[in-house]
Ligand binder design. Structure first.
Ligand code: CTP
Length: 465
């Protein structure tokens, strides 16, 4: 990963056992060219010491609102505004509640209220606490206010229980910071607002002058062609705005991008998929409150905020990662999986010998969608894509039946190099369901994602009734 030069992180360390992982996070931020100033809460100081944090960050550690010297040299307002990004890690249930309610009773919560910078919270708590309605409501409120709240990991916990609530591993947190900063795309700068907008959690509950109002889905859906495209470019964050968190509590599994099937150590079989549509769907599902696992083939795209990403190369790796990520409530298989791989990969680079080019013997790859469709662990809603060049809808209908998918999103991928849906920013799709076929107009891939997530939320709502 290239250095993310100069990002300044104000790291607020809450009072949980996972506080020790913030030490590793400091190391990663600094290793990648950033700087860190730590604010340690009273609770956090039971798990890590100011001395450790000062040594790792090579900066003074701030612990109290009532430090006269600091109020002269650097008050909490200045502290909160010097950073590019405020990261709360670990964010305990108590900290999230205070942030959502606007309570300012110590240095950490006061500066979180005073900041005009983007805030990212990385929750860590017991599984029951995390799934508690009060915590989920606070998380939804914070997300709505523009705070980037990452999803916790699932697994065994320090308290002996198992489930969602573990602090994500520091490299995943660093990835979220880097992708917020637009590092992977290079095109976006740190000045860009994160998903949903401005900084301080509560301050941003109150719209400020200059902030663009997030367009409502109805408005978005009414836009067509050029207008929608322009909106996608200018207001990418707002495109993923939902009222509330319609997919809260759901696990969404998405595959995206191509797969690379090695021929020898330097060559591979691939296709033109960019992964943009799948990444947009993962981003939209996370913005809708879902826990999202994104199994990504080799693509140069930033991980959307709040999404757990598993990178794979080959179809067989992708199949294994999908299997290991189950169970899921919804699976959206947007990857352009290579249908074939070479039967045997050459161990060394193949050389030109004589006149005859080498013959490649191919073997069929596993069909991930069809395997999922027929498995006991089949997600409640299984959605596939159909990349077609001829008889688009007919082929998609046949694919829906053959692969036992609920919905197929069919798109015409003819058009040649540079003009195809593959790699482009727009998509024209046909949604093939049991009820029939819907033809959607051409729109940016972000808008397809947003609209699809709305359809999914509606379908689940109707199912629950
Ligand atoms: N798919 C999959 N595993 C494969 C091939 C495809 O999971 N080995 C999934 C894709 O992610 C997509 C759907 O199946 O959701 C259809 O992909 P597509 O390439 O259109 O269909 P194929 O099965 O490859 O059929 P064909 O190439 O014959 O059209």
């Amino acid at each position: 990963m290239a250095a993310l030069s100069g990002i300044k992180v104000l790291l607020v360390i809450g009072g949980g056992i996972a506080a020790y992982k913030s030490c590793e996070l400091i190391r990663l931020i600094r290793k990648n060219g950033g700087s860190v100033t730590c604010v340690l809460t009273e609770g956090g100081s039971h798990f890590v010491t100011p001395m450790t944090l000062a040594a790792l960050s090579e900066n003074p550690v701030h612990t109290t609102l009532w430090d006269l010297r600091n109020e002269v040299e650097m008050g909490h307002i200045q502290l909160s505004r010097e950073a590019d990004l405020v990261v709360v890690c670990p964010a305990t249930a108590n900290m999230l509640a205070k942030m959502a309610a606007g309570i300012a009773d110590d240095l950490a919560t006061t500066l979180l209220l005073a900041t005009d910078k983007p805030v990212m919270a990385v929750p860590a708590m017991n599984v029951r606490m995390w799934s508690h309605a009060a915590v989920q409501a606070n998380v939804a409120r914070l997300r709505e206010a523009g705070v980037i709240v990452l999803d916790p990991d699932e697994g065994p916990m320090a308290c002996g229980e198992y489930g969602a609530g573990r602090l994500p591993e520091p490299p995943a947190i660093w990835n979220a910071i880097a992708s917020w900063a637009g590092q992977d795309t290079g095109a976006e700068t740190r000045e860009r607002e994160p998903q949903g907008g401005l900084g301080g959690p509560i301050a941003s509950l109150i719209p400020r002058g200059g902030r663009k109002a997030a367009p409502q889905p109805e408005t978005l859906l009414a836009q067509k062609g050029g207008a929608a495209a322009a909106a996608a470019e200018e207001d990418r964050g707002a495109l993923y705005h939902f009222d509330g968190a319609p997919l809260a509590g759901r696990h969404v599994l998405v595959t995206a991008g191509p797969t690379h099937e090695p021929i020898d150590p330097v060559r591979y079989i691939a296709n033109r998929s960019s992964g943009k549509q799948g990444f947009a769907i993962a981003a939209a599902a996370a913005a809708a409150g879902a826990r999202v696992t994104l199994v990504a083939g080799p693509v140069e795209l930033a991980t959307p905020p709040g999404v757990t990403r598993i990178d794979v190369q080959t179809a067989r790796d992708m199949a294994a990662a999908v299997r290991e990520s189950l169970p899921a409530d919804i699976a959206i298989m947007a990857a352009a999986v290579a249908d074939w791989r070479t039967r045997d990969m050459a161990e060394s680079k193949m050389k030109k010998r004589g006149d005859a080019p080498p013959a490649l013997e191919l073997a069929e790859n596993p069909d991930i969608l069809a395997t999922l469709g027929a498995s006991d662990a089949r997600p409640g809603l299984l959605i596939g894509f159909a990349a077609e060049t001829d008889d688009v809808v007919e082929n998609a209908q046949a694919k829906r039946a053959r692969k036992k998918a609920d919905w197929i999103i069919a798109n015409d991928v003819s058009g040649g190099v540079g003009r195809s849906v593959m790699g482009g920013a727009h998509n024209t799709i046909h949604l093939v369901t049991e009820e029939g076929v819907e033809d959607w107009p051409q729109m940016p891939k972000e808008e397809v994602a947003m609209r699809l997530v709305e359809r999914i939320a509606l379908a689940l709502e109707n199912d629950d009734d």
